[in-house]
Design a protein. Structure first.
Length: 197
């Protein structure tokens, strides 16, 4: 039995040119419609038509539609219609402009957050937190730890150049105060990663 949609598309459908990945695919006839249950707009094509999500469909009037989803509708257990759900070019551009990246952040001390390729890092918050920890600690190495943090601060803020062994004189202090070592290591690692371009 012939698909009744076929004669309907032939009589009432429009020819749609298909753009995909900056190229084009053979044009095909389709019929614009709307789902009654959801109100979503779609263009109906015969099942098996080569249309993909993210394709652009353009009718003879020059109206462009972006394919956001597709599904094959069945009738009596047989494929009946390929429904390509669409939005207009204006709707797509508006959605693209308003949908920026979303970041869910827990603790991110010394991290780069955003979409930038090059970033300048501000480590002052993490270093200030470490200084407060040192101040409130009962460590006998407070002075050495403060010197270590000052050296770290000057390094990450580009006030002194990195030199081999510049932290070696603090190795015993860091060993005795292992509670601060991971924070210092994290800050140094973040700084080192930012130097690699």
């Amino acid at each position: 039995m012939r698909n009744p949609l076929e004669s309907l598309i032939k009589r009432l459908g429009s020819m749609y040119s298909i753009e995909r990945d900056n190229g084009s695919v053979d044009p095909v006839k389709g019929l614009i419609n709307q789902e009654q249950s959801t109100g979503k707009r779609y263009i109906g094509f015969l099942p098996g038509t080569d249309i993909q999500v993210d394709d652009w469909l353009t009718n003879p009037s020059g109206d462009r539609f972006y394919v956001i989803d597709k599904e094959t509708a069945t009738f009596q257990g047989k494929p009946h219609e390929l429904r390509c759900f669409i939005e207009t070019e204006a709707e797509h551009q508006k959605k693209t402009l308003t949908t920026g990246p979303i970041f869910n952040i827990g603790s991110a001390t010394g991290s780069i957050i955003g979409t930038q390729v090059h970033a300048s890092l501000n480590y002052s918050d993490s270093i200030n937190q470490m200084k407060e920890q040192v101040q409130s600690s009962s460590s006998p190495d407070k002075d050495d730890l403060q010197q270590l943090l000052s050296l770290l601060e000057m390094l990450v803020n580009d006030r002194i150049p990195a030199q081999k062994g510049m932290f070696s004189k603090f190795s015993d202090v860091m060993e005795r105060n292992s509670w601060i070592t991971s924070a210092i290591s994290s800050t140094l690692l973040g700084w080192l990663m930012s130097q690699i371009h």
